[in-house]
Write a protein that binds this ligand. Structure first.
Ligand code: GDP
Length: 689
C-alpha cells in the first residue's frame, strides 16, 4: 500500500471527554459500522472489555482500521490512566500522530496533561478536537487558552464554532472559508456546506487572517503571498499547516460535538491533511543482536522485514492475536520470521486487518501498516520480529520489573481449576504481569506495576475467565542479598535404620554486582562429589534462593561456588544433595551479613511552580532523593528516586498538594538496600526474626 495513504493515530483524552463516542462516530462515518453504538447503551465497538467501561478507563491497545477518502486510518487505542504509563508509552511508540480530545466545558484536565507530556517526549504530532460544543458552558476559546497555558502548546484554531442562540449549530472552516451546518435526515447525519453568512463574515475573515499570518512563518511561498496581500490558495495554506504540525511547532485545533455528529468528518479530513504518514517519520532504529551495532530500517517495502508486537490479545475465534506495526519490508502469510526478542523462529499463520465489525484476511503487509498476526504463539508484547537473515532488535520497548505483589486464593475448587490457564493468558498479554507460587504457603502470588494494575487483573480473572479469588494486601516485592563473602561447610547425615541420607558440601558465597542475579560455579576436582549429584545441589540452591533466607524474599546477586564435599556410597542420593544444597545455601547466606533490598523508583513529578516547595518537602519525607528540577513549558518537573514502599497513596497527596494539577509517573529503577529501621519493621511484619 502507498505509504502516503496510511495514518496510524491514537485518540487521547481524559475520562469522559468523549473518546469512546468520537471513536464510534469515526467508525460510523468511515462506513464500517452500520449501526451507531451509543456509549450509554453499551454497544461501543472500540472498547473490548466490559470493565473498562465501568471504570471509565481504557486499558486495551487494540487497533482498528478504517477508510476515509482513499486513506487508511489505523486507530490505535490508548489507555487513559496514569498507572498504565507503560501501556500508554507502548501504544505511543507505534503511532505517528495523535488526536487529543478535550471537553469544551472541562478543558484541559490533569489527566490530559499526562498523555500530552508523553507525546511531547516522543515528539508525536497532534491535532486537538474540542468536543461537546453542544453543552451549556462550552467555551472553545477558553480551551484553546488552557492548551497554551497548561500544556505549553501552540494551538492554532482551524475552525470557528457557530451558534444559533444557545445551540451549537455548526462551524466555519477557516481554511476553506465555508460554513458547515449539520442536519439529521431520516436518522442519517449529513451536513450542508454554504457561504459564510454576512453577520459572521467579519469575525471569520479576521480569524482567517490571523491564521494565515501565523502560518506564513512556515512556508516561504505563503509568506510572499501574504505580504503581497494576494489571495491564498487553500493547498498552500494546508501545506504550511501540515509542515508546522509535523514539526511539532503547532497544534491545529478543531471543534465539534461527536455525540451530535458535528465536526467529526472535518476532523477526519484534518487527520489526513495534517498528521504524518509512516513515510514522513524517520527510519526506525535498532541494534543488530550479532554485531551489537546500531542499524536503521527505512519504511521501504524492499528493505529487510522488521516490525514490533505492541499488543497480544486473546481472540475467541482464532486464539492468540499479535498486533504488529510493520516498520520495513514485507511480511507474507506462510513465511517464517525471526522473533529476535525471544530468539525463536515462527511461522506466520494468517494476517488480519481488524475493522470495527469485520476482519479482512490479507496475504501480505508492508511498511507502515498495522496488522494482527495469527500463529505467533510465543510472541509477547514488545517483541521485535524480523527477517531471519537480517536480525535486529528495535529500541524502545523495555519493560520494568513488577514491583508490587498480592496473594490470591481461588474461592472454590472450580475457580482453582480455571486459575492456571487464566493467569497464563493474562501474562501473555501483559509483559509487566508475573505469577508465582509461594513455596512455603503454596499461595499464588501475582506481581505487577501498581495497585490499580493488580486490581484490574483480579477483576479480569473474574469477568473474562469466571475465576473468583480472595485477594490479600498488596506488598512491595523485596529481595534479599548478602554483603560479604563467606565459606561454609554443611553436613546432612541421617543413618537411623534402612537407607540413610548423606551429603557433605562446602560452599563459598560472594556478593555480585547489582542485577547479576545468580552465578553458579562448580570447583570440585577429583570426584569428591560424583558429577551426577552436582545438578541436584544447584537445584537445591535455586529453590532456597527463591524461598528466601531471612524473610522469605527471593535472594539475588549472589555468586555461589561449590568448593568441596564428601559422599557416601549407599546413603548419598540426588535427594540428599538437593536438601544439603538448600541447607548449605541458607546457612552461608545467614552468615554473610544479609540485607533486604527494596525497589526504588525513578519518579517524575510535574507541578505548577507554586506547589514546588510542598511537593519537594513531601518527596523528601518519603525517603526520596531529588535528582534535579527542570522547567518545561511553564511547569516544574522534578526528577527523584523514591522507594516504592513510600509511594503508596502518592496520587492522593499529590492531588491535594497541587489542587489536582500535579502529574507523576514512576518507573522501576533498581533495588537498593533498606535502611535498618525500615528493615526491622518489615521483618517484624513478616513474623521473622
Ligand atoms: P470517554 O470516557 O472519553 O470514552 O467518553 P465517552 O465517549 O464515554 O463520553 C462520555 C459521556 O459524554 C457520554 O455520556 C457521552 O454520551 C457524552 N458525550 C460524548 N460526546 C459528547 C458530545 O459531543 N456532546 C455531549 N453533550 N455529550 C457527549
Amino acid at each position: 500500500m502507498d505509504l502516503g495513504l496510511i495514518r496510524n493515530i491514537g485518540i487521547a483524552a481524559h475520562i469522559d471527554a468523549g473518546k469512546t463516542t468520537l471513536s464510534e462516530r469515526v467508525l460510523y462515518f468511515t462506513g464500517k459500522v452500520h449501526r451507531m453504538g451509543e456509549v450509554h447503551d453499551g454497544a461501543a465497538t472500540m472498547d473490548w472489555m466490559v470493565q473498562e467501561r465501568e471504570r471509565g478507563i481504557t486499558i486495551s491497545s487494540a487497533a482498528t482500521s478504517a477508510f476515509w477518502k482513499k486513506h487508511q486510518i489505523n486507530i490505535i487505542d490508548t489507555p487513559g490512566h496514569v498507572d498504565f504509563t507503560v501501556e500508554v508509552e507502548r501504544s505511543l511508540r507505534v503511532m505517528d500522530g495523535v488526536v487529543a480530545v478535550f471537553c469544551a466545558v472541562g478543558g484541559v484536565e490533569p489527566q490530559s496533561e499526562t498523555v500530552w507530556r508523553q507525546a511531547d517526549k516522543y515528539e508525536i504530532p497532534r491535532i486537538a478536537f474540542v468536543n461537546k460544543m453542544d453543552r451549556t458552558g462550552a467555551d472553545f476559546e477558553h480551551v484553546v487558552e488552557m492548551m497554551r497555558e497548561r500544556l505549553g502548546a501552540h494551538p492554532v484554531p482551524l475552525t470557528m464554532p457557530v451558534f444559533l442562540g444557545e445551540i451549537f449549530y455548526g462551524l466555519i472552516d477557516l481554511v476553506e472559508m465555508k460554513q458547515l451546518t449539520y442536519v439529521d435526515e431520516a436518522g442519517i447525519p449529513t451536513f450542508n456546506k454554504t457561504e459564510i453568512p454576512n453577520d459572521l463574515a467579519d469575525e471569520a475573515y479576521s480569524r482567517r487572517d490571523h491564521l494565515v499570518e501565523e502560518m506564513s512563518g512556515y512556508d516561504d511561498e505563503l509568506m510572499t503571498l501574504y505580504l503581497d496581500g494576494a489571495d491564498i490558495p487553500e493547498v498552500l495554506l494546508k501545506r504550511a499547516i501540515r509542515k508546522a504540525t509535523m514539526d511539532n511547532k503547532i497544534t491545529p485545533v478543531l471543534c465539534g460535538a461527536a455525540y451530535r455528529n458535528k465536526g467529526v468528518r472535518k476532523l477526519l479530513d484534518a487527520v489526513i491533511d495534517y498528521l504524518p504518514s509512516p513515510g514522513d517519520i524517520p527510519a526506525v532504529k535498532g541494534e543488530n543482536p550479532k554485531t551489537l551495532e546500531v542499524e536503521l530500517r527505512e519504511p521501504d517495502a524492499a528493505a529487510p522485514f522488521s516490525g514490533m508486537v505492541f499488543k497480544i490479545q486473546a481472540d475467541p475465534y482464532v486464539g492468540k492475536l499479535a498486533f504488529v506495526r510493520i516498520y520495513s519490508g514485507t511480511l507474507k502469510t506462510g513465511e517464517t520470521l525471526w522473533n529476535s526478542s525471544c530468539e525463536i523462529r515462527q511461522r506466520v499463520g494468517r494476517i488480519l486487518e481488524m475493522h470495527a465489525n469485520n476482519r479482512i484476511e490479507k496475504s501480505e503487509v508492508g511498511p507502515g501498516e498495522i496488522a494482527a498476526i495469527v500463529g505467533l504463539a510465543k510472541a509477547h508484547t514488545g517483541d521485535t520480529i524480523c527477517d531471519p537473515d537480517h536480525p535486529i532488535i528495535l529500541e524502545g520497548m523495555q519493560f520494568p520489573e513488577p514491583v508490587i505483589e498480592v496473594s490470591i486464593k481461588p474461592l472454590s475448587q472450580k475457580d482453582q481449576d480455571r486459575l492456571g490457564l487464566a493467569l497464563d493468558r493474562l501474562a501473555d498479554e501483559d509483559p509487566t504481569f508475573r505469577v508465582k507460587v509461594d513455596p512455603e504457603t503454596s499461595q499464588t502470588i501475582i506481581a505487577g506495576m501498581g495497585e490499580l494494575h493488580l486490581e484490574i487483573l483480579v477483576d479480569r480473572l473474574a469477568r473474562e475467565f469466571n475465576t473468583r479469588c480472595e485477594v490479600g494486601q498488596p506488598e512491595v516485592s523485596y529481595r534479599e542479598t548478602i554483603t560479604r563473602s563467606i565459606k561454609k561447610r554443611t553436613r546432612l547425615v541421617k543413618q537411623t535404620g534402612g537407607k540413610g541420607m548423606f551429603a557433605d558440601i562446602t560452599l563459598e558465597v560472594e556478593p555480585t554486582a547489582p542485577g547479576e542475579g545468580f552465578i553458579w560455579e562448580n570447583k570440585i576436582i577429583g570426584g569428591a562429589i560424583p558429577t551426577e549429584y552436582i545438578p541436584a545441589i544447584e537445584r537445591g540452591i535455586i529453590e532456597a534462593m527463591a524461598g528466601g533466607v531471612s524473610a522469605g524474599f527471593p535472594v539475588v546477586d549472589v555468586k555461589v561456588r561449590l568448593v568441596d564435599g564428601k559422599h557416601h556410597p549407599v546413603d548419598s542420593s540426588d535427594m540428599a544433595f538437593r536438601i544439603a544444597g538448600s541447607m548449605a545455601f541458607k546457612e552461608a547466606v545467614s552468615a554473610a551479613s544479609p540485607v533486604l533490598l527494596e525497589p526504588v523508583m525513578d519518579v517524575e513529578v510535574t507541578v505548577p511552580s507554586a506547589s514546588l516547595g510542598d511537593v519537594i518537602g513531601d518527596l523528601t519525607s518519603r525517603r526520596g532523593r531529588i535528582g534535579g528540577i527542570i522547567e518545561r513549558n511553564g511547569a516544574q518537573t522534578i526528577a527523584a528516586s523514591v522507594p516504592l514502599q513510600a509511594m503508596f497513596g502518592y496520587s492522593t497527596s499529590l492531588r491535594s498538594m497541587t489542587q489536582g494539577r500535579g502529574i507523576y509517573s514512576m518507573q522501576f529503577a533498581r533495588y537498593e538496600s533498606v535502611p535498618q529501621e525500615v528493615a526491622t519493621q518489615i521483618l517484624r511484619q513478616r513474623g521473622a526474626a
